[in-house]
Design a protein around this ligand. Structure first.
Ligand code: ZN
Ligand code: ZN
Length: 1009
């Protein structure tokens, strides 16, 4: 049968059979039928109101020739004898075509409709049901050459369940789909062979058994005459720990499209059944309204169905089909060709049950991969196993012998194919031979590994990975705990060196973060490549050793024998070297570098190892440079990974990736990164939409900016040159804030000079702003005191707004960076609240440095506040003319002294600030008792403010009496101060020493601790 050149089987005998088959008349049948039926179409004018379009054959009578109700002679010579109703052929009748064709059977509205027998002049016959002139329903067609089909028809197609017999004795019984064998069926060859299994487009496709007369059988998955997968495992195994299970879920289009409507008819229960026609066939001619109604109802479905079918025939374009409902199925292997087979098979799950009488096995037996249920293997299966074993034994002469006998892509029940085995065996000769003979280099194991990936896993053992800051959580506040308050800062080179050692150490032991941080520090562990340990399969190495050395006595050496150890070591090195060459070979011969990403993309292996050569090759061969690592590894992109590579290869990797169009802004997952640097309790803060858009995971810039080593700046420069966006926020940190926190001055300069970086970017998670970060005590260990002050000035120079409102602390007070700095200062109980004389030398230095920074901030604040107030003291109250919108949603406790967000926005309340220390929040501000235009937070500030700043500018607006009383007040305040803070008054920093507000503890609703 089989129209499209089916080649059912490999043997010559069957091959010739197939040729004969393809020449069988069935393939011509359509043509013939159309031709013959059309030849009897008359040119008579249509009297028939029900006449269908040209698609249906019209057998209209010519009224001129009408001589009786039961006998019509046509001009062409055709003759009709039979029933007529309103001049339409109706009921039983006989029609004779002029060429000798003949139809005897039922008519309805001039159509052959119902049961009938059609005889063609060449001897072909059809006996069965017609539907509007076309064979539909059960019927038997016999061709003149002797072939026979008995079964379901649909619109002249063999469609549904049927049995086709060739005159040479082959018999197929099973499902048809538009003339092709499709679905489950059996083919009994005249030779005695028997195939049972699934078909697609007339050839085997899917699970099937080929049984031979000698009781052997080839069992497995077929594609045409090829056995593509056997059910037995071969003796090889590759395991690597920690492999993610591959997602084998596939969306299966369900059965609702037009095409599927057709498939639906394959279900024997839904097919045109004889019931429609047979029982009522005679009643067509009777005008029984009840019966008509029943027939109408019963045929309604089929009418609609046929319409759809017509459209389908015209459409012939499956892409336009609409799918409405998908279901997910799990398939064992996702190699393309196997995947298609498995998906196809899944569509017939339902029919598996209904075809039990056809098959003597269930597809379930295939899924359980249980070969024992079947008889002993046949030739094809045996050769397949021999091929796989020859590959395992590296017996490539044996492989050559099997070349034309078996498919080189056959795989066992876990997906091990010859090419995969050759790769596992590091046999480049065999790999080349197999590839030369058409083996699929991109074959995948059932666990999703490609041959290339197997090599990657074995080649890049964990010791090959370079220290990488992207793979662990780098806590920039942490080193502070190790050297508390030490301002004996080592030279920059030493810092870098320490940093390096520190990072390397951290990398070696990624689980434990050094230091005694109270905050959770498990971040790094989840991202560590080191968790992914490859089992280098000791067995394989040993076998390899044996083969390499050709020394059978090797095992007799003592385990501790250093010679053996050495040999083993060198063999191992040789082994790795070989794998490296195979990676090269595979890539050059077309292995798809992005095919498999388990455990993570191949590119990430090479990047993490800093293997420039392989990275180049991978990129050259089209590796996807934006393919992320799995969630387990924080969804890092290769570029993120490259930005974390410490050392000189880092910038080179970054450049390679950027030149290959890696996205410089693609971020990783939002994890716990940098959270230890944010205020507690701010994690779930609601932020404005504007800011929410900026919040991402770690971008390449974040990763690079959190480093402080000479190569980090090169990386940052490259990223900025490729328009990386420096204004993204990850858990409160921007690239700029990270650069400040890590003390990377070069990075800060690069960012500020790029003109892209917004120094006022509101940072979430209570971090505040770039100015807050440098003012914070958290990162001072990365800075020399004078450098911090220099950086504050630099930030202001580049546009940082010292007057910018900042929310901080657990209660979300809104103040400025000055308030934030005081808040941080006071958070450190030891330094802020211990009498100066009890501090150690180092602590005193730190204390002084902090005080110095606070006073510098106050100085810059006063300067800017006055500037903004247009220098006139009368107008110096903080008026917010140029305030940026709020980043963090700030909740403040309403109280008279505290500003709220709405206050800031509306400017209803003018902000007061201490004229001396610059604070505005958490202090009680008292006006200058003389002019009432400036405020002081404490008597100490008042005194110093007066002496150092205000004395000469204070103007007496009112009576001298008030002035006098103010002076009195000041005197008493001074006395009070002397009592409480006397010992603190020594100051190493140019008399700018700022004291604590003595009223601090008196504020019941305010505590920074
Ligand atoms: Zn003050
Ligand atoms: Zn004054």
């Amino acid at each position: 049968m089989a129209c499209e050149g089916e080649v059912p089987f490999n043997s010559l005998q069957v091959l010739s059979q197939a040729r004969r088959v393809s020449n069988s008349p069935l393939s011509l049948q359509n043509e013939t039928t159309n031709h013959e039926l059309k030849s009897c179409k008359f040119k008579s004018c249509s009297l028939h109101s029900f006449k269908k379009e040209s698609s249906s054959l019209s057998l209209l009578s010519n009224r001129d020739e009408l001589d009786s109700e039961s006998h019509l002679d046509y001009k062409s010579g055709a003759i009709y004898d039979g029933g007529l109703i309103d001049n339409h052929k109706f009921g039983n009748g006989t029609f004779l075509w002029p060429n000798g064709d003949k139809y005897i059977g039922e008519f309805k509205l001039n159509y052959r409709h119902g049961f009938g027998i059609q005889v063609w002049n060449d001897g072909s016959t059809y006996e069965g049901y017609f539907y509007e002139d076309r064979r539909s329903g059960q019927g038997t067609h016999k061709w003149k050459n002797g072939d026979t089909y008995t079964g379901n028809w649909l619109l002249d197609y063999r469609h549904g369940f049927g049995k086709y017999s060739w005159k040479d004795g082959n018999v197929f019984e099973g499902m048809f789909f538009m003339n092709n064998r499709e679905g489950f069926g059996t083919l009994m060859y005249s030779s005695g062979d028997l195939y049972l299994g699934l078909y697609k487009k007339d050839s085997r496709y899917g699970p099937g058994i080929l049984k031979y007369p000698n009781n052997t059988q080839d069992v497995g998955f077929w594609n045409g005459d090829t056995l593509v997968r056997i059910l037995t495992p071969v003796d090889i195994n590759f395991t690597a720990n920690d492999l993610e299970p591959v997602d084998k879920k596939i969306d299966l289009k369900s059965w609702f499209s037009r095409e599927n409507l057709l498939y639906d008819t394959l279900n024997p229960q839904n097919l045109f059944s004889n019931k429609i026609f047979s029982t009522q066939s005679n009643k067509f001619i009777r005008n029984d309204p009840y019966i008509d109604k029943v027939i109408q109802q019963r045929t309604l479905f089929y009418e609609q169905y046929l319409k759809e079918f017509e459209k389908y025939l015209q459409l012939k374009n499956f892409n336009q089909l609409e799918y409405r409902k998908d279901k997910q199925v799990i398939i064992p292997n996702i190699t393309d060709n196997l995947k298609n087979i498995f998906i196809f098979q899944k569509r017939f799950d339902f029919y598996d049950k209904t075809c039990v009488n056809v098959l003597d096995f269930s597809v379930k037996d295939f899924e359980s991969m249980n070969r024992e249920k079947f008889g002993s293997p046949g030739l094809i299966e045996t050769y397949s196993i021999e091929l796989l074993n020859a590959c395992i034994q590296k017996n490539w002469e044996g492989v050559k012998v099997l070349k034309n006998l078996v498919n080189f892509d056959v795989c066992d029940n876990r997906g091990y194919s010859p090419i995969i085995i050759a790769i596992l065996k590091c046999d480049s000769v065999l790999i080349n031979y197999l590839l030369d003979n058409g083996a699929n280099i991109n074959h995948l194991l059932d666990n999703g590994l490609s041959g290339l990936m197997i090599c990657m896993i074995r080649y890049y053992t964990s010791d090959k990975f370079l220290p990488n800051s992207a793979l662990k959580h780098q806590d920039l506040t942490l080193t502070r705990k190790i050297t508390p308050y030490s301002l004996v800062v080592p030279s920059q080179d030493e810092v870098v060196q320490n940093e390096k050692e520190n990072t390397i150490q951290n990398f070696e032991d990624a689980y434990t973060v050094v230091g005694e941080s109270t905050k959770p520090s498990e971040f790094g562990s989840t991202h560590s490549l080191l968790r992914f340990k490859v089992q280098l399969n000791e067995d394989l190495v040993c076998k390899y050793t044996d083969i390499m050395s050709k020394n059978e006595n090797l095992d007799q050496f003592n385990e501790n024998d250093s010679n053996k150890k050495l040999l083993k070591k060198s063999t191992q090195l040789q082994f790795l070297n070989d794998i490296g060459q195979i990676i090269d070979l595979l890539l050059r011969r077309g292995a798809d570098p992005s095919l498999s990403s388990i455990p993570y993309p191949a590119l990430c292996f090479a990047v993490a190892a800093g293997d420039i050569k392989v990275v180049k090759l991978l990129l050259e061969k089209g590796a996807d440079c934006n393919k992320k690592m799995p969630k387990k590894y924080a969804s890092l992109t290769p570029l993120c990974l490259a930005c974390g590579v410490l050392g000189e290869t880092g910038p080179e990797l970054v450049k390679l990736l950027l030149d290959s169009l890696a996205d410089p802004n693609a971020s990783s997952d939002m994890g716990n990164e940098y959270l230890s640097m944010s205020e507690e309790g701010w994690k779930n803060e609601i932020v404005s939409d504007e800011i929410a858009n900026l919040i991402v995971g770690r971008t390449p810039l974040h990763i690079a900016c959190s480093r402080n080593d000479p190569y980090a700046s090169k990386v940052i420069r490259l990223l900025l040159e490729h328009s990386a966006n420096p204004n993204m926020i990850c858990n409160g940190q921007s690239p700029l804030s990270l650069a400040i926190a890590s003390g990377n001055k070069e990075a800060i300069d690069l960012l500020l000079k790029s003109n892209l970086c917004d120094p006022n970017l509101p940072l979430t998670n209570g971090v505040g702003s770039a100015l807050c970060v440098i003012s914070s005590t958290l990162y001072e260990h990365n800075w020399l005191p004078h450098e911090r002050i220099k950086l504050i000035d630099k930030l202001i120079h580049y546009g940082a707004d010292i007057l910018q409102p900042i929310a901080f602390g657990a209660r979300r007070y809104v103040g400025t960076v000055v308030d934030y700095a005081h808040y941080m200062y006071n958070s450190d109980n030891r330094l802020a609240h211990t009498p100066y004389h009890s501090l150690t030398i180092n602590e005193r230095n730190a204390h002084n440095a902090r005080k110095n920074l606070l006073s510098h901030l106050a100085y810059r604040y006063r300067e800017k506040a006055l500037e903004r107030a247009r220098v006139t003291i009368s107008g110096m109250d903080y008026t917010n003319s140029n305030r940026r919108s709020w980043g963090t949603a700030i909740r403040t406790k309403k109280s008279d002294d505290m500003m709220t967000e709405s206050d800031f926005k509306s400017d209803k309340k003018l902000m007061k600030w201490c004229y001396y220390c610059g604070r505005s929040v958490g202090v009680k501000l008292m006006p200058c008792s003389r002019c009432k235009k400036v405020y002081y937070c404490s008597n100490n500030c008042k005194q110093r403010g007066w002496n150092e700043l205000h004395k000469n500018e204070c103007e007496l607006p009112e009576s001298a009496q008030r002035n006098k009383s103010a002076l009195k007040n000041r005197k008493s305040a001074t006395n009070k101060k002397d009592l409480s803070l006397g010992h603190n008054d020594r100051n190493a920093f140019g008399g700018q020493r700022i004291s604590m507000n003595p009223d601090f503890n008196g504020l019941d609703n305010y505590s920074f601790n």
